[in-house]
Design a protein around this ligand. Structure first.
Ligand SMILES: NC(=O)c1ccc[n+]([C@@H]2O[C@H](COP(=O)([O-])OP(=O)(O)OC[C@H]3O[C@@H](n4cnc5c(N)ncnc54)[C@H](OP(=O)(O)O)[C@@H]3O)[C@@H](O)[C@H]2O)c1
Length: 341
C-alpha cells in the first residue's frame, strides 16, 4: 500500500464550535437496520474495536431499529468513560411496528425534540448527547423552532452541540442564526458529489463541519458488492435506484475501473473511496458504516492511503459523478431531502 506511517488516528474538529473527533467516525445504523439481518454481538464487538483503534465518534439515530441501535450503543459503552466518546444522534424518523416509515414527515417540533431526547438518553444510558440533529427538515416546521428547542436542551445540559442532516444552504443559514452548528451530516462520496457546488461553500463560510455518510455509496462503492447479492425484505438497497438492473451494472463497471487504480496503490476499493473523502478537506469526517470487525479493519487503514494529485485525477476520471446511474434515494426519499431542492 502506498501509505503513510501507522500511528494514532488523526483528529479533526467538527466545525468552529464542535468537538474534536477522530478523522473517521463509526456509523452504527447498519448494525440494527436497513442492510439486512444484523448480529448484535458482532456490532458491539465492532464498536469496541473502533474505540480501541482511536475512533471516538459514533453516529446513530433514534429511529434506527426503532430504538434498538441506541440500546445497543448504550450496552457497548457501559464500561467506557462517557467523556471519551462523542455520540451523534439524529432524531425524528417516524416508524411503524412493521419497520416501515410513516409518510408524514419527521417529528422535529419543539415538543418532540424534548420528548424524543428524553427517550434517547434513557436508551443510551447517558445524561447528555454530544451532537443532536433533526434527521431531515420538516417543511411544515421552521428549522428555527427545532434548533431553538435543541438550544434549550443545551442550556439545560442535555445536549452539547447542534447538528444538521441533509439540509440545503438556506436552511443551514437559518439554523446557524439561532445557534452555532457543529456539523452538517450529508451523503458524500465519489458517487454523490451534489453538495460541492452550493452547500460546502456555505458550511465553510459559517465554520460548520461535515460528517460524510454513504462514503461507500452504501456498499456499492466498496469493491465487495456483487450483482447477484440476495437482499432481504426491508434492505434499503432493494429499492435504491443505484442498485437496480442496468443502473447496477453500469455502476459496478465504474467500481471495476476504480479497482484497477486501487490495486496499483496496493489498497482496496473501499480504502481508496474513503481516502478520497478524507482528502476533500480537514472539515470533513467520513462516517464508515462497518457492521463487522473485518469491514472496520479494512476502513481503518484508509487514512494511511496517500493519493497524489495524479492518482486523484485518475480516480475522478474512473468514477465521474455524472456517470453514476440512478439517484441516491428513490423518488420519495429524494423529495424529503432539503439538500436536493
Ligand atoms: N444523515 C443521514 O441521512 C444518514 C443516512 C444514512 C446513514 N447515515 C449514517 O452514516 C453511517 C454510514 O452510512 P452507510 O452505512 O449508509 O454508508 P456506507 O459506509 O457507504 O455503507 C456501509 C455498507 O457498506 C458495506 N461495506 C463494504 N465494505 C465495507 C467496509 N470496508 N467498511 C464499511 N462498510 C463496508 C457494508 O455492508 P456489509 O456489511 O454487508 O458488507 C455496510 O453495510 C450510518 O451508519 C449512519 O450512522 C446518515
Amino acid at each position: 500500500m502506498n501509505e503513510k506511517p501507522e500511528g494514532d488516528m488523526e483528529t479533526r474538529k467538527l466545525g468552529r464550535t464542535g468537538p474534536a473527533v477522530s478523522a473517521l467516525g463509526l456509523g452504527a445504523m447498519g448494525m440494527s437496520d436497513f442492510y439486512g439481518p444484523a448480529d448484535e454481538a458482532e456490532g458491539v464487538a465492532t464498536i469496541h474495536a473502533a474505540l480501541d483503534a482511536g475512533v471516538n465518534l459514533i453516529d446513530t439515530g433514534d429511529f434506527y431499529g426503532s430504538g434498538h441501535n441506541e440500546l445497543m450503543i448504550g450496552r457497548a459503552l457501559r464500561d467506557h468513560k462517557r467523556e471519551d466518546v462523542v455520540i451523534s444522534v439524529k432524531f425524528g424518523g417516524m416508524r411503524t411496528p412493521g419497520g416501515g416509515f410513516q409518510p408524514v414527515g419527521v417529528d422535529v417540533g419543539a415538543a418532540a425534540v424534548k420528548d424524543r431526547l428524553a427517550y434517547t438518553l434513557r436508551r443510551l444510558g447517558t445524561d447528555y448527547v454530544d451532537v443532536y440533529r433533526p434527521a431531515r427538515l420538516n417543511p411544515a416546521i421552521p428549522i428555527e423552532e427545532t434548533v431553538g428547542a435543541i438550544k434549550e436542551m443545551i442550556d439545560e445540559g442535555y445536549v452539547r452541540h447542534v447538528g444538521l442532516s441533509e439540509v440545503g444552504a438556506e436552511t443551514i443559514r437559518k439554523a446557524a442564526a439561532v445557534h452555532p452548528v457543529a456539523d452538517l451530516q450529508i451523503e458524500y462520496s465519489l458517487m454523490s458529489r451534489g453538495l460541492e457546488e452550493r452547500i460546502l461553500p456555505v458550511t465553510r463560510e459559517l465554520g460548520i463541519g461535515v460528517t460524510a455518510y454513504g462514503v461507500l455509496s452504501r456498499g456499492l462503492l466498496s469493491g465487495h458488492w456483487r450483482a447477484d447479492r440476495e437482499l432481504s425484505v426491508g434492505d434499503f438497497r432493494g429499492h435504491a435506484p443505484r442498485f437496480q438492473g442496468e443502473n447496477l451494472d453500469a455502476n459496478l463497471r465504474l467500481v471495476e475501473a476504480l479497482r484497477e487504480i486501487a490495486e496499483e496503490q496496493e489498497a482496496t476499493v473501499a480504502q481508496v473511496a474513503i481516502a478520497w473523502v478524507l482528502g476533500r478537506g480537514d472539515d470533513i469526517v467520513p462516517l464508515v458504516g462497518a457492521r463487522t470487525r473485518e469491514r472496520l479493519a479494512e476502513s481503518l487503514a484508509a487514512p494511511r492511503v496517500t493519493l497524489t494529485a495524479r492518482v486523484l485525477a485518475r480516480i475522478e476520471a474512473a468514477v465521474p459523478a455524472e456517470a453514476v446511474a440512478g439517484t441516491r434515494y428513490n423518488t420519495g426519499g429524494m423529495a424529503s431531502l432539503d439538500s436536493e431542492q
